[in-house]
Design a protein around this ligand. Structure first.
Ligand code: CU
Length: 238
């Protein structure tokens, strides 16, 4: 028995992240690191931008985490504005794919309601927020770890880093349909926007004054668009 106990606590110690220098919370006896790979709790007064997130089930039996692509710059503090529009309880957890997988297994053994800053649990119709600072670049995950939900589709990639910006920017062809110089908006009929994970369509983009000055309605362009302060914006054009 004594041996078994020792082995168990040894296994728990091993599974904790190497940099777990952090605080202890009552929870389920696990050491909670102050700083996780995915980052740390953000300062609500220093939010860089807000990402709206919807948790829901659909008629096809899928459960989804819907939002704009979670492409985040290293060091950015994001307010995830989360609404459960489903009929079931859901949660939103930010972590590494590996740790989510571990916690998912724990959740199948016991449906634990955690109170950690990287996660929130919402009743049907409820909304809430998670403010998080992404300190490290890498690929992380937003997920619902309630048994069965992850498998039904409740996970979404969170890409942190400027790998995308530094990679060869891919220009997309488009035709300018309409310009609203005053509002700083242009409507572009465009091909697929790979970096934004968007198919070909006609869409309104923001463009600054200098960019608008180079544009004319009916003009065929090659351009790059990205999210700037949450708005789709033409950042480069040729
Ligand atoms: Cu769920």
């Amino acid at each position: 028995m004594r041996n078994l106990l020792l082995t168990t606590s040894f296994a728990i110690a091993l599974s904790a992240p190497a940099f777990a220098a952090g605080t202890h919370d009552g929870g389920h006896g696990e050491t909670k690191p102050a700083a996780m790979m995915v980052g740390m709790p953000g300062d609500a007064a220093k939010v860089d931008r807000t990402i709206d997130v919807t948790l829901l089930e659909n008629d096809e039996g899928q459960m989804l985490i819907e939002s704009e692509p979670m492409d985040i710059k290293e060091g950015e503090t994001i307010r995830f504005n989360i609404t459960n529009k489903g009929e079931l309880e859901h949660e939103f957890v930010l972590d590494t794919v590996e740790r989510n997988a571990e916690h998912k297994i724990e959740m199948t053994k016991m449906d634990m309601e955690h109170d950690d800053p990287n996660r929130i649990r919402l009743d049907a119709g409820a909304s809430g927020e998670v403010v998080w600072t992404f300190a490290n670049s890498g690929t992380f995950e937003a997920a619902c770890l309630i048994p069965g939900h992850y498998e039904s589709g409740m996970h979404r990639e969170v890409a942190v880093g400027d790998q995308m910006a530094q990679a060869d920017v891919e220009y997309t062809s488009g035709t300018i349909k309409k310009i609203d110089a005053k509002a700083g908006k242009v409507t572009i009929i465009h091909g697929p926007l790979v970096n934004l994970d968007m198919p070909a369509m006609t869409m309104v983009f923001r463009a600054d004054e200098a960019m608008v000055a180079k544009m004319a309605e009916g003009q065929d362009i090659e351009f790059v668009a990205d999210r700037v302060k949450g708005k789709l914006t033409v950042t480069q054009m040729k």
